[in-house]
Design a protein around this ligand. Structure first.
Ligand code: ADP
Length: 493
């Protein structure tokens, strides 16, 4: 009887369980949605108990639907939404507050105050690889300690624990035995020194966070101990934050390997091996998922990618479904000079302009629906291309190929345009569930379930650039003109 490996994918919108076989093929999955809680404008929370119960229920449903007996599961890997912060009471096991989700901006005013201190910003970049931002966990933990009655006293007595959602699940499922996380998750807290691989005392002091709240940090592939789930005992052997897990699942493990995930936004990650590169182009440096010594990643994100397609569908009613954008875009030869800059929430790396706003350029009486749809898809590729070019500059070498995944990577027009505009190959695997696959591979390697990595990308498709150089440079230069004109649009106060 075959043995299987499972992955828990604790994401922002759902908790999923996925079963993989020894060829790393996905054979079953089940998911339950997570309630999004918006207590105020710009605030986002999850209920930690719901995170736990949906994760357990997705496991139960998955085994039931696939009729797999728990005795045939060799082990488990966890991948999770990064930065999302849970603080709980060690004695009662109760969270002291809801999970503060990575998207939550409640600590932005405090972060703005801290930013006045240039020395601190540069200390943070040098030691954590990050920029000062409300996105990362540190200010979220501080907010809980400062705003929940009695929390700071309890934390100082050693009665509270902090974790990202991986740690929260593991602590509960190990019956309170394991308070751990991995390098990739720790490197998103703004408290972890990515060179010494330890929590940074200076930053703990700045953010007034007691060290004894923090989990022990391990490599991403290792047998950590056993979890008890629905009466079954399963070895836990992989942990990684979602983007680094996808990078591993794409088998991007060498210096210069790049993957781009096309979801609501885009996340571009480049592996830089054991070299830690400090970006000069607005990218961040973070830790890769490995089974041993520290390895590094350069990361950049596009805030609005697939979301622009949702906007065309839901707000403009220009399309009925995301998938039809492919044939609509292909129905015209080009965008007829139309450019859409989707700076709806400002522009991230490498432009970094919070005051930019979305804009549509180049309209004429000949502009039609197909041109606008095409311009929207092109903007996803053009933004990603700017990030990949910034990586090339930081690396001082060219990137000839990228690996892709995520919902919008199904769009063949978008993938071909991505290949054309960057003049680089685009590899799309048959299995685009690379996030869960990464966690399963990390666990399977530690358990010697996978002795060699299976050739699971056999039926992948490669998009080869075909665009003329003169056309390519013209589109890029017009795009940059449009980006410049979108910048600094709203009043800065
Ligand atoms: P997330 O994990 O961020 O929720 P997914 O990976 O599920 O995102 O991808 C969903 C996003 O991809 C949506 O924003 C949707 O508009 C976009 N999308 C899905 N299918 C297509 C398609 N065929 N063409 C273009 N965009 C698409």
């Amino acid at each position: 009887m075959s043995q299987y490996i499972i992955a828990f994918d604790q994401g922002t919108t759902s908790s999923r369980t996925i079963v993989f076989d020894e060829n790393a093929q996905q054979i079953a999955s089940a998911a339950l949605e997570i309630t999004q809680i918006y207590p105020q404008s710009g605030w986002v929370e999850h209920d930690p108990q719901e995170i736990l119960t949906t994760q357990i229920q997705s496991y139960a449903n998955c085994l039931q639907q696939s009729k797999i007996d728990a005795s045939h599961i060799a082990g488990l890997g966890i991948t999770n939404q990064r930065e999302t912060t849970v603080v709980w009471d060690k004695k009662t096991g109760e969270p002291v507050y809801n999970a503060i989700v990575w998207q939550c901006r409640r600590t932005a005013p405090y972060v703005e105050e801290l930013k006045a201190d240039n020395k601190l910003s540069s200390y943070i970049q040098k030691n954590t690889g990050l920029v000062l931002d409300a996105y990362f966990s540190a200010t979220k933990i501080k907010w809980i300690l400062d705003n929940v009655d009695g929390a700071r006293e309890k934390a100082e007595r050693g009665d509270l624990l902090f974790g990202t959602t991986d740690s929260w699940l593991i602590w509960n499922l190990s019956e309170k035995a394991l308070h751990i996380t991995d390098y990739t998750n720790a490197s998103r807290t703004l408290l972890f020194n990515i060179h010494t691989l330890d929590w940074d005392d200076h930053l703990l002091e700045i953010f007034s966070i007691p060290r004894n709240m923090l989990p022990q940090v391990h490599p991403s592939s290792k047998v950590y101990g056993n979890l008890r789930i629905q009466g079954n005992t399963l070895p836990l052997a992989g942990i990684a934050g979602d983007q680094q897990s996808a990078l591993f699942g794409q088998r991007c493990v060498q210096y210069g390997d790049v993957k781009n995930t096309y979801g609501t936004g885009c996340f571009v990650l480049m592996h830089t091996g054991t070299t830690c590169i400090e970006s000069k182009n607005g990218l961040i440096t973070t830790l890769a998922a490995t089974d041993g010594e520290a390895q590094y990643v350069l990361e950049g994100s596009v805030f609005i990618a697939g979301a622009i397609i949702q906007w065309l569908r839901d707000e403009l009613k220009l399309i009925a479904s995301a998938s039809e954008t492919e044939s609509i875009a292909q129905s015209v030869e080009d965008s007829n000079g139309v450019f859409l800059v989707p700076a709806f929430v400002g522009l991230g790396s490498p432009h970094w302009d919070m005051f930019a706003r979305g804009s549509l350029f180049g309209l004429t009486r000949g502009s039609n629906r197909a041109h606008i749809v095409r311009a929207a898809l092109e903007s996803i590729a053009l933004q990603s291309n700017d990030l990949i070019n910034a990586m090339e500059q930081d690396l001082s070498r060219s990137i000839d190929a990228i690996h892709v995944d995520g919902g919008a990577s199904k769009n063949n027009f978008l993938m071909q345009f991505q290949a054309d505009i960057g003049n680089r190959h685009v590899h799309r695997p048959a299995n685009q569930e690379t996030t869960a696959l990464g966690a399963a591979l990390l666990a399977g390697i530690a358990l010697s379930y996978f002795t060699t990595i299976p050739d699971f990308q056999k039926s992948s498709r490669t998009f080869v650039p075909t665009m003329q150089e003169s056309n390519r440079t013209k589109i890029i230069s017009q795009w940059h003109k449009a980006v410049e004109r979108s910048k600094n649009w709203i009043e800065q106060n």
